[in-house]
Design a protein around this ligand. Sequence first.
Ligand SMILES: CC(C)(COP(=O)(O)OP(=O)(O)OC[C@H]1O[C@@H](n2cnc3c(N)ncnc32)[C@H](O)[C@@H]1OP(=O)(O)O)[C@@H](O)C(=O)NCCC(=O)NCCS
Length: 144
Amino acid sequence: MIQYTTSLPADIDWDAVATIFERAPLGSRRRDPNDLQQAFAASYAVVYAYDGETLIGLARALCDGVYQAAIYDVVLLPEYQGKGIGKAIMEHLCRQLPVDNIILYAVPGREGFYARCGFVKMRTAMAVLNPNMARPETGYLDEI
Ligand SMILES: CC(C)(COP(=O)(O)OP(=O)(O)OC[C@H]1O[C@@H](n2cnc3c(N)ncnc32)[C@H](O)[C@@H]1OP(=O)(O)O)[C@@H](O)C(=O)NCCC(=O)NCCS
Protein backbone atom coordinates (compact mmCIF):
# COMPACT_ATOMS: atom_id res chain seq x y z
CA MET A 1 0.00 0.00 0.00
CA ILE A 2 1.22 3.49 -0.82
CA GLN A 3 1.74 5.77 2.20
CA TYR A 4 1.65 9.57 1.96
CA THR A 5 3.51 11.78 4.39
CA THR A 6 3.28 15.56 4.57
CA SER A 7 6.32 16.29 6.73
CA LEU A 8 9.91 16.09 5.63
CA PRO A 9 11.40 12.70 6.51
CA ALA A 10 14.77 13.24 8.25
CA ASP A 11 16.54 10.52 6.31
CA ILE A 12 15.55 11.55 2.80
CA ASP A 13 18.15 10.77 0.13
CA TRP A 14 18.14 13.83 -2.14
CA ASP A 15 20.26 12.08 -4.73
CA ALA A 16 17.45 9.48 -4.99
CA VAL A 17 14.98 12.35 -5.35
CA ALA A 18 17.05 13.72 -8.24
CA THR A 19 16.83 10.26 -9.80
CA ILE A 20 13.02 10.28 -9.47
CA PHE A 21 12.96 13.58 -11.38
CA GLU A 22 15.32 12.17 -13.99
CA ARG A 23 13.38 8.94 -14.46
CA ALA A 24 9.84 10.43 -14.32
CA PRO A 25 11.00 12.46 -16.30
CA LEU A 26 10.58 16.07 -15.18
CA GLY A 27 12.98 18.62 -16.62
CA SER A 28 15.61 18.37 -19.31
CA ARG A 29 18.63 17.97 -17.05
CA ARG A 30 19.36 16.22 -13.76
CA ARG A 31 18.44 18.35 -10.75
CA ASP A 32 21.08 19.21 -8.20
CA PRO A 33 20.23 17.27 -4.96
CA ASN A 34 21.18 20.26 -2.78
CA ASP A 35 18.91 22.58 -4.78
CA LEU A 36 16.06 20.07 -4.45
CA GLN A 37 16.56 19.85 -0.69
CA GLN A 38 16.54 23.65 -0.41
CA ALA A 39 13.40 24.02 -2.56
CA PHE A 40 11.42 21.37 -0.68
CA ALA A 41 12.57 22.68 2.71
CA ALA A 42 11.44 26.19 1.74
CA SER A 43 8.01 25.06 0.51
CA TYR A 44 4.82 25.65 2.50
CA ALA A 45 3.44 22.17 1.85
CA VAL A 46 5.00 18.93 0.67
CA VAL A 47 3.89 15.38 0.00
CA TYR A 48 6.15 12.33 -0.12
CA ALA A 49 4.72 9.04 -1.40
CA TYR A 50 6.32 5.78 -0.20
CA ASP A 51 5.94 2.17 -1.27
CA GLY A 52 7.25 0.52 1.89
CA GLU A 53 10.62 2.14 2.56
CA THR A 54 11.02 3.39 -1.00
CA LEU A 55 10.30 6.99 -1.92
CA ILE A 56 8.39 6.82 -5.22
CA GLY A 57 7.02 10.31 -5.72
CA LEU A 58 6.68 13.78 -4.28
CA ALA A 59 5.27 17.26 -4.80
CA ARG A 60 5.44 20.69 -3.22
CA ALA A 61 3.56 23.98 -3.01
CA LEU A 62 4.37 27.58 -2.15
CA CYS A 63 1.67 29.47 -0.25
CA ASP A 64 1.12 32.72 1.67
CA GLY A 65 -1.31 31.01 4.04
CA VAL A 66 -4.11 33.49 3.27
CA TYR A 67 -4.80 34.11 -0.43
CA GLN A 68 -2.57 32.30 -2.89
CA ALA A 69 -0.72 29.07 -3.54
CA ALA A 70 1.32 27.62 -6.41
CA ILE A 71 2.09 23.96 -7.05
CA TYR A 72 5.43 22.69 -8.42
CA ASP A 73 7.39 19.49 -8.97
CA VAL A 74 4.65 16.86 -9.00
CA VAL A 75 6.65 13.78 -9.88
CA LEU A 76 6.34 10.00 -9.71
CA LEU A 77 8.55 7.08 -10.77
CA PRO A 78 7.38 5.76 -14.15
CA GLU A 79 6.50 2.27 -12.89
CA TYR A 80 3.98 3.84 -10.48
CA GLN A 81 2.36 6.17 -13.00
CA GLY A 82 -1.18 5.61 -14.26
CA LYS A 83 -2.46 4.04 -11.02
CA GLY A 84 -4.10 7.02 -9.34
CA ILE A 85 -1.06 7.84 -7.16
CA GLY A 86 -0.39 11.21 -8.80
CA LYS A 87 -3.99 12.25 -8.17
CA ALA A 88 -3.68 11.12 -4.53
CA ILE A 89 -0.47 13.17 -4.17
CA MET A 90 -2.35 16.21 -5.49
CA GLU A 91 -5.20 15.64 -3.03
CA HIS A 92 -2.78 15.38 -0.08
CA LEU A 93 -1.03 18.54 -1.26
CA CYS A 94 -4.15 20.67 -1.89
CA ARG A 95 -5.63 19.64 1.47
CA GLN A 96 -2.75 21.45 3.19
CA LEU A 97 -3.35 24.75 1.37
CA PRO A 98 -5.73 27.03 3.33
CA VAL A 99 -6.52 29.24 0.31
CA ASP A 100 -9.07 29.46 -2.52
CA ASN A 101 -6.60 30.26 -5.30
CA ILE A 102 -4.11 27.60 -6.39
CA ILE A 103 -2.16 27.94 -9.64
CA LEU A 104 0.25 25.72 -11.52
CA TYR A 105 1.63 25.27 -15.01
CA ALA A 106 1.68 21.84 -16.58
CA VAL A 107 4.36 20.23 -18.66
CA PRO A 108 2.78 20.26 -22.15
CA GLY A 109 0.69 17.09 -22.43
CA ARG A 110 -0.08 16.86 -18.70
CA GLU A 111 -2.99 19.30 -18.74
CA GLY A 112 -5.49 16.42 -18.71
CA PHE A 113 -4.03 15.08 -15.47
CA TYR A 114 -4.52 18.42 -13.72
CA ALA A 115 -8.01 18.71 -15.21
CA ARG A 116 -8.80 15.36 -13.52
CA CYS A 117 -7.53 16.95 -10.30
CA GLY A 118 -10.05 19.80 -10.64
CA PHE A 119 -7.86 22.46 -12.29
CA VAL A 120 -9.11 24.59 -15.19
CA LYS A 121 -7.19 26.60 -17.80
CA MET A 122 -6.68 30.32 -17.15
CA ARG A 123 -7.08 32.92 -19.90
CA THR A 124 -4.54 35.43 -18.63
CA ALA A 125 -1.69 33.47 -17.02
CA MET A 126 1.69 35.04 -17.79
CA ALA A 127 5.23 34.25 -16.71
CA VAL A 128 8.89 35.14 -16.91
CA LEU A 129 10.67 31.85 -17.60
CA ASN A 130 14.32 30.87 -17.68
CA PRO A 131 15.85 30.77 -21.20
CA ASN A 132 15.72 26.98 -21.32
CA MET A 133 11.99 26.81 -20.58
CA ALA A 134 11.29 29.80 -22.84
CA ARG A 135 12.57 27.96 -25.93
CA PRO A 136 9.64 27.63 -28.39
CA GLU A 137 10.06 23.85 -28.66
CA THR A 138 9.29 23.31 -24.96
CA GLY A 139 5.71 24.38 -25.68
CA TYR A 140 5.28 26.47 -22.53
CA LEU A 141 4.80 29.92 -24.08
CA ASP A 142 2.09 31.38 -26.32
CA GLU A 143 2.59 34.25 -28.72
CA ILE A 144 0.99 37.43 -27.37
C1 LIG B 1 1.92 13.62 -14.17
C2 LIG B 1 1.94 12.53 -13.09
C3 LIG B 1 2.31 13.14 -11.75
C4 LIG B 1 0.52 11.94 -13.02
O1 LIG B 1 0.50 10.93 -12.03
P1 LIG B 1 -0.19 9.52 -12.33
O2 LIG B 1 -0.17 8.73 -11.10
O3 LIG B 1 0.46 8.95 -13.54
O4 LIG B 1 -1.68 9.97 -12.70
P2 LIG B 1 -3.00 9.28 -12.13
O5 LIG B 1 -2.95 7.81 -12.40
O6 LIG B 1 -3.20 9.69 -10.72
O7 LIG B 1 -4.09 9.95 -13.06
C5 LIG B 1 -5.23 10.63 -12.53
C6 LIG B 1 -6.18 10.91 -13.69
O8 LIG B 1 -5.52 11.75 -14.66
C7 LIG B 1 -5.52 11.12 -15.92
N1 LIG B 1 -4.22 11.43 -16.56
C8 LIG B 1 -2.99 11.13 -16.09
N2 LIG B 1 -2.05 11.62 -16.92
C9 LIG B 1 -2.72 12.23 -17.92
C10 LIG B 1 -2.31 12.94 -19.09
N3 LIG B 1 -1.01 13.12 -19.39
N4 LIG B 1 -3.27 13.42 -19.92
C11 LIG B 1 -4.59 13.25 -19.63
N5 LIG B 1 -5.03 12.61 -18.51
C12 LIG B 1 -4.10 12.11 -17.69
C13 LIG B 1 -5.64 9.65 -15.64
O9 LIG B 1 -6.20 8.96 -16.76
C14 LIG B 1 -6.58 9.65 -14.45
O10 LIG B 1 -7.91 9.83 -14.90
P3 LIG B 1 -9.16 9.24 -14.06
O11 LIG B 1 -9.28 10.10 -12.81
O12 LIG B 1 -10.29 9.41 -14.99
O13 LIG B 1 -8.84 7.82 -13.75
C15 LIG B 1 2.94 11.40 -13.43
O14 LIG B 1 2.52 10.76 -14.62
C16 LIG B 1 4.37 11.88 -13.59
O15 LIG B 1 5.12 11.94 -12.64
N6 LIG B 1 4.77 12.22 -14.84
C17 LIG B 1 6.13 12.66 -15.12
C18 LIG B 1 6.48 13.98 -14.43
C19 LIG B 1 5.50 15.08 -14.82
O16 LIG B 1 5.23 15.33 -16.00
N7 LIG B 1 4.96 15.74 -13.81
C20 LIG B 1 4.00 16.79 -13.98
C21 LIG B 1 4.69 18.06 -14.22
S1 LIG B 1 3.56 19.35 -14.68
